[in-house]
Design a protein around this ligand. Structure first.
Ligand code: PA5
Length: 462
């Protein structure tokens, strides 16, 4: 099981000005937290609550269909190309970067056990798209276009470009190279997929993009590159069970949520950093940044009061960012809480040879890189505590399907509980929708003519 150590957020360690008296706060909030957990679990099956992500670990039917599809297409494609953005891409990137062998796309097919390479196009930079299109043989590429709304301009413009090329290269057969993941009932992609006869998977109702990693949004690409999605499900289920515990002392998501919330609202820590000590977990931070930012960054609370809630999430990776950000964290404004993720057992061990013994680096010889990275994590944590900077540490046993699912699901539940503490709607994103609509207006989408005119005026003054 995942472990959370929050000692270094306690006033006993870092002082009262910056730390929380955790035993008192856990006592003060124990009933509220218990109510929140009960309430989330009671509401999760109700339509319109956007809590269906809490049921994804139990979605055996989808798992079955995804596995069947993956085994049907195995060996037919050299590449998987995922088109998607935001919640339709970040989870996929985080999990594949964590779980596939590092440098996966550079390995030989034998080293990949016959599974394809995987690429995510999650931006609309013309240079990178053109460059990728030169690298990929699209005839040997399975394109998974993922958009819940079915109309996101970034994703659908990529789809149009790629469908056009595929059709030219493959004639009518191009349809076999496209699989769509979208809403069951609505959206342009749903209609197109019907007309074209694409293989389709659905994002379940009441699962928002940033909570969709364990729906078909993530599961399809994961299965296509050979990840063990049964183990992902087991990780979620076990974590879900643990996080149903209404006692804050036994519930790490509740502890994390309460500490972040109180640090923000009482101690001025309005920046939350996620810093795994592992390159493979680097993109978990990107995923978390979206989850925390879009879920908690809200103008109004549920009573309609203007509160402009939300910590600014920052991503960092250890040990690399010790040489970039830690100076600021130790000596700059004391406005951050840092969550480290520490990997207990890496997949491999790397020994530093006992050479150069009589030089200033001789002490490293005979030790392992594994010991070095965790020593650096500990040293940084203690230094930050010396400087009265709050931190928490999540320890993950090893980086595998079971443990990664636990980590991501725990962070999702932590976000949902934090949203309840702020008393906001965690699952909407009015600030994102507004910019999407402006883009439609600028690009001449029918129905947006009026906003296009006002927009042109506003842009002229910027
Ligand atoms: O979390 C969210 O809801 C967003 O980040 C969406 O995932 C993102 O805007 C992409 O939307 P869609 O899946 O509809 O293309």
């Amino acid at each position: 099981m995942l472990r959370l150590n929050c000692r270094n957020a306690d006033s006993a360690i870092i002082g009262e000005e910056n730390g929380l008296n955790l035993s008192i706060e856990f006592e003060n909030y124990k009933d509220r937290i218990s109510d929140i957990i009960k309430n989330l679990n009671q509401r999760k099956d109700k339509p319109g609550q956007w809590l269906q992500w809490m049921n994804l670990g139990y979605n055996e039917e989808t798992v079955w269909y995804v596995k069947e599809f993956a085994s049907m297409v195995k060996g037919r494609f050299d590449n998987i190309l995922v088109l998607g953005i935001g919640g339709s891409a970040l989870g996929g990137i985080a999990v594949t970067e964590a779980l596939l062998k590092p440098y996966w796309n550079l390995l030989t097919p034998e080293q990949r056990n016959g599974f394809p390479r995987i690429f995510f196009l999650d931006n609309i930079d013309p240079d990178s798209i053109n460059s990728l299109l030169q690298i990929l043989d699209l005839k040997r590429t399975l394109v998974n276009v993922i958009t819940k709304s079915g109309s996101t301009a970034e994703t659908m413009s990529q789809y149009m470009i790629i469908k056009n090329i595929l059709e030219k290269e493959l004639g009518d057969d191009y349809r076999k190279n496209i699989v769509a993941t979208t809403d069951k009932k609505m959206g342009v992609l749903r209609q197109l997929a019907d007309q074209e006869g694409y293989k389709m998977f659905f994002v379940p109702d009441d699962v928002g993009g940033r909570f969709s990693v364990f729906s078909a949004v993530g599961l399809v690409p994961f299965a296509l590159v050979g990840l063990d999605i049964d183990q992902l499900m087991n990780g979620i289920k076990d974590m879900d069970l643990a996080l149903k515990n209404t006692d804050i002392h036994q519930n790490i998501a509740a502890q994390g949520a309460l500490i972040q919330y109180l640090m923000d609202t009482q101690k001025g820590k309005n920046i939350s950093v996620l810093m795994p000590y592992s390159s493979r977990l680097k993109y978990v931070s990107d995923w978390f940044v979206q989850l925390w930012a879009e879920s908690l960054g809200k103008e109004y609370n549920r009573n309609g009061e203007k509160i402009n809630a939300g910590q600014t999430p920052l991503k960092a990776v250890g040990a690399t960012d010790q040489h970039s950000q830690i100076q600021l964290y130790n000596e700059g404004p004391n406005n951050k809480i840092i969550t480290f993720v520490r990997v207990k057992n890496f997949d491999t061990t790397l020994e530093i040879p006992k050479i150069l013994e009589y030089t200033g680096i001789g002490y490293l010889g005979g030790k392992t890189i594994n010991a070095l990275i965790n020593a650096e994590a500990d040293a940084t944590r203690v230094t930050l505590a010396d400087n009265s900077r709050p931190t928490m540490t999540i320890t993950i046993e090893r980086i595998d399907e079971y443990n990664i699912a636990q980590l991501l699901y725990m962070l999702e539940v932590q976000t949902a509980i934090a949203g309840e503490l702020y008393n906001i709607d965690t699952f909407n994103q009015p600030g994102v929708e507004q910019a999407k609509n402006y883009t439609y207006a600028l690009m001449g989408r029918a129905g947006y003519e009026e906003s296009a005119n006002t927009l042109q005026e506003k842009m002229a003054t910027v």
